[in-house]
Design a protein around this ligand. Structure first.
Ligand code: CMX
Length: 451
């Protein structure tokens, strides 16, 4: 398959894309004026929470049960995808195939994808030069975003647009960019890690390894359990519907036909915010500060409760808890907890995380305002990475960024396949809202006459 230079994934997408595009056209013709939602003032002023105004092909998010990748609950997806052995986590390449096509790939298809990613993985040296020239205090997420932008000259979509490509063909160039980016992203991330935290001692890739394991290898840990943690981590963080900040930022930018390099980098700038992906770094920072303040590596439940209440009194948020959509414990947290129970139940840092899981939700609930007091994906990830020797927590959001490439790039390809237009909602002038509400409270002479 694909040995003579064919691309089975692209061929599949072509067929799927044509069929879905046709269905979308028909839907627009037959039901284009149907009302899907009504928007309240609370939503206009509240981050558009709950507004159903976007579509997503790759995944969906349910407040109670969490994210589903193409309909499969996130906790089950690894077990359904091809894997090295029954004891191992699934190959991450398989998830990318699933997100793009909606089908579980065969072993052969996963092997093809691994080979094609390996063939596309060369990063031009100028990109590494840009990274090497950054001041040592640059945050790794800023470096990551700059590394992606420094590679932008490689974009085939940018080149095709310059040459005047037809709109129908645009998705093919977005697809090529997506595969090229996916192949190179772990190299950029590993380079940043080794440059900032390991004295620039870089590790050559191992082309015999799969995408997730090779990333672990380039970071510097060849423990098979760490390979599995990486595969699991990358799968769990890959996608989360279309409305989260990183995916939405990338898709918004992509809707202007900005190529995937520009769009993915925009998504990463959103992921770098403390209310989103930076929370994984902040969880570890918060635990370390707490351990120091309380003089104990494993503080008692009472000590933790008092410390957390004190943080809330000071108006601070407790990182790793809460979510804009989820209303239950994030299944991605539970999947990481299950991994830790199997591989490192005696790790003290892991035990602090488990204590927080026990203690924090009722405290947040008692505030009466936090809509979801339960842990999100970011509460557990740092403790696992620390266990395998990646203690430099300022790098943690880059892991999230590498994983989120899978979802963002798959969604960008589908956006162009469907020919979705440039996004352009209306921002209501704030004064208009005041006027509207004042009129509603006190009907004008004119409207009274109408009644
Ligand atoms: N600690 C303290 N207060 C919290 C809180 C938390 N973990 N989560 C929510 N709140 C507060 C909000 O700040 C808000 O307070 P005000 O009314 O005073 O402004 C109130 O509770 C209501 O917020 P909400 O509707 O429950 O939550 P939002 O949808 O507005 O925000 C989120 C969601 C994730 C930003 C928020 O829960 C939060 O700040 N959590 C901590 C940061 C974090 O872990 N982020 C990672 C999320 C997952 C990810 O994207 O990676």
């Amino acid at each position: 398959m694909g040995e003579q230079g064919g691309d089975p994934l692209k061929e599949r997408l072509q067929v799927l894309g044509e069929a879905l595009r046709q269905q979308v056209r028909q839907l627009l013709q037959e039901s284009g004026d149907q009302v899907l939602d009504q928007i309240r003032v609370r939503q206009v002023l509240g981050g558009m929470r709950g507004v159903r105004a976007l579509v997503c092909v790759t995944s969906s998010l349910d407040p109670e049960t969490g994210v589903r990748y193409r309909g499969i609950p996130v906790a089950e997806v690894s077990a359904r995808l091809p894997r090295p052995s029954a004891e191992d986590e699934a190959y991450v390449e398989g998830l990318f195939w699933l997100l793009l096509t909606g089908s579980i790939p065969t072993e052969e298809e996963v092997n093809w994808l691994r080979r094609t990613l390996s063939e596309r993985s060369h990063v031009p040296y100028q990109v590494y030069e840009v990274l090497d020239r950054l001041p040592a205090e640059t945050h790794p997420m800023a470096a990551f975003s700059m590394g992606i932008l420094a590679m932008r000259r490689e974009s085939v979509m940018r080149e095709a647009l310059q040459k005047g490509v037809s709109k129908d063909k645009l998705w093919e160039y977005a697809y090529e960019d997506a595969l090229n980016l996916l192949a190179k992203i772990p190299y950029i991330a590993a380079h940043i890690y080794r440059r900032f935290y390991r004295d620039g001692k870089y590790i050559d890739p191992d082309p015999s390894l799969d995408w997730g394991a090779n990333f672990a290898h380039m970071l510097g840990n060849d423990d098979p359990a760490f390979y599995n943690l990486m595969r699991l981590y990358l799968i769990l963080h890959a996608d989360h519907g279309g409305g989260n900040v990183s995916v939405h930022a990338a898709r918004l930018v992509g809707s202007a036909w900005s190529d995937p390099y520009l769009a993915y980098s925009a998504g990463m700038n959103g992921l770098a915010g403390p209310l989103h992906g930076l929370a994984n770094q902040q969880v570890v920072q918060f635990i370390l500060e707490m351990q120091k303040a309380l003089g104990s590596m494993l503080p008692t439940r009472e000590q933790i409760a008092e410390y957390v209440r004190d943080m809330l009194k000071k108006g601070r948020v407790i990182p790793g808890f809460g979510h804009a959509v989820l209303r239950k414990t994030d299944p991605r947290f539970l999947a990481q907890k299950a991994f830790a129970e199997k591989h490192c139940p005696d790790d003290e840092f892991v035990q602090v995380v488990w204590r927080l899981y026990e203690i924090v939700p009722p405290i947040l609930q008692a505030t009466g305002k936090v809509k979801n007091p339960w842990p999100n994906v970011d509460l557990h990830s740092g403790a696992l990475l620390r266990h395998y020797g990646i203690v430099e927590y300022t790098f943690y959001t880059v892991f999230f960024g590498v994983a989120r490439a899978l979802g963002i790039l798959a969604q960008l390809v589908w956006d162009r396949l469907l020919g979705l237009p440039i996004e352009r909602p209306v921002a209501v002038p704030l004064q208009d809202l005041f006027t509207l509400l004042a009129e509603e409270a006190q009907p004008s002479e004119e409207s009274r006459q109408v009644v």
